[in-house]
Design a protein around this ligand. Structure first.
Ligand SMILES: [Zn+2]
Ligand SMILES: [Zn+2]
Length: 85
């Protein structure tokens, strides 16, 4: 289940909303460069090329979204907004 939440960056103090986590039928990948997300069906994960469509960075599994201001993932949830199946 994915969670939409408000995050606080522990590095620079930025507050931002982001969605993170796997959906019922698809797995979440995030770009290590720009944090763009892509949901890949579980049956298609092996064929996934792990390439970001926006910047050609590497798509990986991360537990946390990236702060767009300072590009770190030293973030924590301050408020849960919505659960998404
Ligand atoms: Zn930050
Ligand atoms: Zn990217």
């Amino acid at each position: 289940m994915a969670l939409r939440a408000t995050y606080l960056c522990e590095n620079c103090g930025n507050n931002f909303d982001a969605t993170s986590g796997n959906l019922m039928r698809s797995k979440e990948f995030r770009c290590s460069e720009c944090d763009s997300t892509e949901y890949v069906l579980y049956g298609e994960v092996e064929a996934f090329d792990h390439k970001c469509k926006k910047c050609e960075g590497k798509m990986e599994v991360f537990n946390y979204p990236m702060c767009q201001k300072c590009k770190t993932r030293k973030v924590k949830i301050v408020q849960n907004l919505m659960m998404i199946d």
